[in-house]
Design a protein around this ligand. Structure first.
Ligand code: XLS
Ligand code: NI
Ligand code: NI
Length: 437
């Protein structure tokens, strides 16, 4: 079989002193941290769309990357070669999961029936490759945003015929995800949002989206798909107002449409920052509400206000993310998917490896640091101490709703001015720097 990345040998852990750029310095799959191997902690996944289908195009010019697996005028031949390249890449990198959109793995044909046949062909090949390599599907999803029919949205489209098309596509995407043993299925908003209220009935669109997801839940039960459903929040891009703005607005949406038992969140780092939050905030919000599911790992650029999807390298981010995720029990069905792309000038196949190695090592370092923070309990104890008042008689009475405004007024009149204490932010930030080194 053709080797698509002949210049790269399987990537090994060589430790922090290694000078080999094509080795892991920190990610050591079988090393145990807090009772679990690193592999189990992260459940790293490679995404198909950026890594194999993204060729560096931007609004100012076409792709810059020339790949041997893209070199055919027959789109199905390209699909087959790309699948070979992808599994060679997963195996060499040593990552055990992948993610895809339906249209990443097989190109659309002239009609839905033919398109589905193409998918079946590729899915059969993918299933064989999964069996041979032990690589598994973290989640599948459907591309409801590239084709022109979805220009005004999929399940929030003004036309019920487009809505029906989207439903048919998601139905098939769920079936193939099930067929490939996917651990989850992601709903990212795509073009579910709007540009101007002059042509939009927002209330109706939201209801339609709620109905759509309820239909998906019904169909999931019908086919016996056990994977976890996720919503992936994003505030803008492609539309100006995406309905799945952030974890908080998705949470409200899930509650309104009776979907809380069926969904968790897939939090993408750069989507959080586009929403004016930190990655950490979104993770912590999900953890606080039982919604922490999976992560799309990447980062944005401080100076650019769009979804740049860069590979994660910031140790503060990876440390604090792993701190929250690990403290909340770690991933179960979810994992850490690199929804990230190399820059347009990084044209070699080798660059795909450097990018993933860097991301995996950054998270491995983050996990090691977070583990130390968890073991030491320094921050945990600080927070506990800060809220200790809530374990006092007064705090307990409020939390158990044994008192109301009248009793609280009586307390205040009796006790006078409360004693207040420092939040010690700078002290804590200095302490964090002692861990990150
Ligand atoms: C786009 C999203 C997308 C989802 C999958 O910004 O991140 O890639 O993860 O549809
Ligand atoms: Ni994403
Ligand atoms: Ni994104």
């Amino acid at each position: 079989m053709t080797e698509y990345f002949p210049e790269v040998k399987p990537i090994r852990y060589e430790g922090p002193d290694s000078k080999n750029p094509l080795s892991f310095k920190h990610y050591n799959a079988q090393e145990k941290i807090l009772g679990k191997t690193m592999e189990e902690h992260f459940r790293f996944s490679v995404c198909y769309w950026h890594t194999f289908k993204g060729l560096g195009s931007d609004p100012f010019g076409p792709g810059t990357m020339i790949r041997a697996y893209n070199n055919s005028s027959d789109p199905m031949k390209v699909a087959e070669m790309t699948l070979d390249a992808a599994f060679e890449f997963f195996t060499k990198l040593g990552v055990k999961f992948w993610c895809f959109h339906d249209r990443d793995i097989a190109p659309e044909a002239d009609n839905l029936a033919e398109t589905n046949k193409r998918l079946d062909h590729i899915v059969a090949l993918a299933k064989k490759k999964q069996d041979e390599t032990g690589v598994k599907l973290l989640w599948g999803t459907s591309n409801l945003f590239s084709h022109r029919r979805f220009m005004a949205g999929a399940s929030t489209n003004p036309s019920p015929a487009v809505y029906a098309y989207a439903a048919s596509q998601v139905k098939k995407a769920m079936e193939i995800t099930h067929e490939l043993g996917g651990a989850g299925y992601v709903f990212w908003g795509g073009r579910e949002g709007y540009e101007t209220l002059l042509n939009t009935d927002m209330g109706r669109e939201l209801d339609h989206l709620g109905t759509f997801l309820n239909m998906a839940v019904e169909y999931k039960k019908k086919i016996g798909f056990q994977g976890q459903f996720y919503i992936e929040p994003k505030p803008k891009e492609p539309t100006k107002h995406q309905y799945d703005f952030d974890a908080g607005s998705c949470h409200a949406f899930l509650q309104k449409y009776g979907l809380m038992d069926h969904f968790k969140m897939n939090i993408e780092a750069n989507h959080a920052t586009l929403a004016g939050h930190t990655f950490l905030h979104e993770l912590a919000y999900c953890a606080a509400n039982g919604l922490l599911g999976s992560v799309d790992a990447n980062r944005g650029d401080l100076l650019l206000g769009w979804d740049t999807d860069q590979f994660p390298t910031d140790l503060y981010d990876t440390t604090l993310a792993m701190y929250i995720i690990t403290q909340n029990g770690g991933f179960t069905t979810g994992g850490l998917n690199f929804d990230a792309k190399v820059r347009r000038q990084s044209i070699d196949g080798e660059d795909l490896f450097h990018a993933h190695i860097g991301g995996m090592d950054a998270f491995a370092r983050g996990l090691k640091i977070a583990a130390k923070m968890i073991e030491d309990k320094t921050f945990e104890n600080f927070v506990k101490e800060r809220y200790a008042g809530w374990d006092s008689d007064l705090g307990k009475k409020i939390e158990s709703r044994a008192v109301g405004f009248e009793e609280l007024e009586k307390y205040t009149l009796e006790h006078g001015e409360p004693v207040i204490q420092s939040g010690r932010q700078e002290y804590l930030e200095n302490l964090l720097n002692e861990y990150i080194r």
